[in-house]
Design a protein around this ligand. Structure first.
Ligand SMILES: [Zn+2]
Length: 106
């Protein structure tokens, strides 16, 4: 059981939130942010250089940026025309671009 107001979770048998005094509901309405596929990723950078991929990964991880590389398989990189694309969560893209610019990648 959940309080629709403060979102506290209660065990079965409770029908009212002790804090808010509102009636508990079986489940909270799904929040848009929790829906799968809601998070958008945008391409910020792409490279053929596996060393750059590794370096950027370590920097972005240190900065706590939500990202992933598409096609960063080394075997794929060797194949002609294959390159790794850096995708960053849309609301963190500006920060990621700033970081890459500081590093001289952009
Ligand atoms: Zn409550």
């Amino acid at each position: 059981m959940f309080c629709p107001k403060c979102k506290s979770e209660y065990r079965q048998g409770f029908y009212q939130c002790a804090d808010c005094g509102v009636e508990l509901v079986d489940r909270l309405p799904a929040e848009p942010a929790d829906e799968k596929g809601d998070e958008e990723f945008v391409e910020v950078f792409s490279t053929y250089n596996q060393g750059e991929v590794a370096f950027i990964k370590s920097v972005l991880e240190g900065e706590g940026v939500t990202y992933y590389f598409q096609g960063d398989n080394p075997v794929m990189l060797i194949a002609a025309g294959a390159y790794a694309r850096l995708l960053v969560k849309s609301d963190e893209a500006d920060r990621a671009r700033e970081i890459l610019r500081d590093l001289g990648f952009l």
